[in-house]
Write a protein that binds this ligand. Structure first.
Ligand SMILES: Cc1cc2nc3c(=O)[nH]c(=O)nc-3n(C[C@H](O)[C@H](O)[C@H](O)COP(=O)(O)O)c2cc1C
Length: 374
């Protein structure tokens, strides 16, 4: 499964694991792939603690980080973006009442303790810049940006520090914009993917992007969960795979237990793209929560970041009480891709990596046999 990109980055396998869980990131890097820790929603202090932990674990093996850098959001035309209070003023009372009534209808208990609702960083480039400076203080080998092209200062910093700068793209145009901005690597992420995703399928998008940005290397993302899909990705011209959903049912994952059980039982038709968590279309598991937001008689989700601010307390309540409240369990969901249909057993990250590698080898062998007419 060796590719030029894997050799350049010192990887045994060109398997890149996107994750918000430090344990998964470290386990993938230790197993010969590259763990990429998604920092979205974390403060600089949290990030320092997590990256220090990862570095101790991986002991020099390569790992990366990922940041959300949306180009368009409420306040993006306003210099410096809006403050938290200015954003909150823009949330209509009707929406607040709807969220409250939804929690009441499903009898979601209030939070027992006074759990702080995470403020996180702003979504604007400037508020993220400080955080990105922190990331570059660590021994990262790759930094990826999602929802918008990497800004010039990030590209420059990457070049200075020998850190590969990658960008996620859901269309050829997005890929070309990031290539023109100076990105070193494009992640072509198809419709099937968990999280924010576009409308072009991986099968169509990957070869289009490979041709459009050549000679830049491309990773395939969206719907990859077996060695057969890894082989197909390389056949489409990708130099590796970028996988997000598959790790959510591993032993190491911090996925909430109720959601993990739902993922294990779900089929590939049980996800949808919904704006109900972040304000931008993001693939997630269907649940009473997404059904309520899809109902045309209810308010439409607000744009980013208003929707995130509107629902964050409700989401914390649902997640924290789902183990004891049937209503909260019905509402609970999380980002996941269509590959959830094949995520049916809890395994260690190492076992998943081994299955991907042996699945790839078996597929190559079968293709050789077919080509030889055996
Ligand atoms: C739970 C979850 C959270 C995600 N959050 C982010 C994120 O913060 N930044 C990002 O670039 N991509 C994010 N993604 C998308 C992944 O980077 C990746 O492209 C996607 O999961 C690939 O498709 P797959 O889910 O079919 O493996 C997320 C995906 C999932 C499943």
């Amino acid at each position: 499964m060796n590719t030029q990109l894997a050799r350049e980055l010192g990887l045994e396998f060109p398997i890149f694991a996107f994750t918000h869980c430090r344990d998964v990131a470290a386990a993938v890097s230790k197993a010969g792939g590259m763990g990429v820790y998604g920092v979205a929603g974390n403060s600089a202090a949290d990030i320092r603690a997590e990256l220090e932990w990862i570095e101790k674990e991986v002991d020099g093996k390569p790992y990366g980080v990922d940041v959300l850098l949306p180009t368009r959001f409420v306040g993006s035309n306003h210099e410096g973006g809006f403050s938290g209070d200015q954003l909150d003023e823009r949330i209509p009372d009707d929406h607040r009442r709807f969220v409250e009534s939804l929690l009441a209808r499903y009898e979601v208990p209030p939070l027992q303790e006074d759990i702080p609702i995470r403020e996180g960083t702003g979504v604007g480039l400037e508020s993220q810049r400080e955080l990105i400076e922190v990331l570059f203080e660590y021994d990262i080998k790759l930094i990826a940006s999602a929802l918008g092209p990497p800004p010039p200062w990030m590209i420059e910093k990457g070049k200075d520090r020998g850190v590969m700068v990658a960008a996620l793209a859901g269309t050829v145009e997005h890929a070309q914009r990031s290539a023109a901005a100076g990105a070193d690597l494009i992640i072509a992420q198809g419709y099937e993917a968990g999280g924010h995703t576009g409308q072009v399928s991986t099968m169509v998008l990957v070869p289009e992007v490979v041709d459009a940005v050549a000679p830049l290397p491309v990773l395939a993302a969206g719907g990859i969960g077996t060695g057969r899909q890894v082989t197909a990705s390389l056949a489409l011209g990708a130099q590796g795979v970028w996988i997000g959903s598959l790790w959510l049912t591993t032993e190491e994952a911090e996925t909430a237990p109720v959601v993990k059980e739902k993922f294990l039982a779900a089929g590939s038709s049980d996800t949808l793209r919904s704006r109900s968590l972040t304000g931008k279309p993001a693939r997630q598991l269907r649940s009473a929560w997404t059904e309520a937001w899809e109902d045309p008689s209810n308010p439409d989700p607000l744009p980013m970041p208003l929707q995130q601010r509107l629902v964050r307390e409700a989401q914390t309540r649902i997640t924290r009480t789902a183990h004891k409240s049937p209503g909260a369990a019905e509402l609970s969901n999380y980002f996941v891709g269509q590959i959830v249909g094949t995520m049916n057993h809890v395994k260690s990250v190492r076992a998943v990596m081994e299955e991907l590698a042996t699945g790839y080898a078996d597929t190559m062998e079968r293709l050789d046999e077919w080509a030889a007419g055996e």
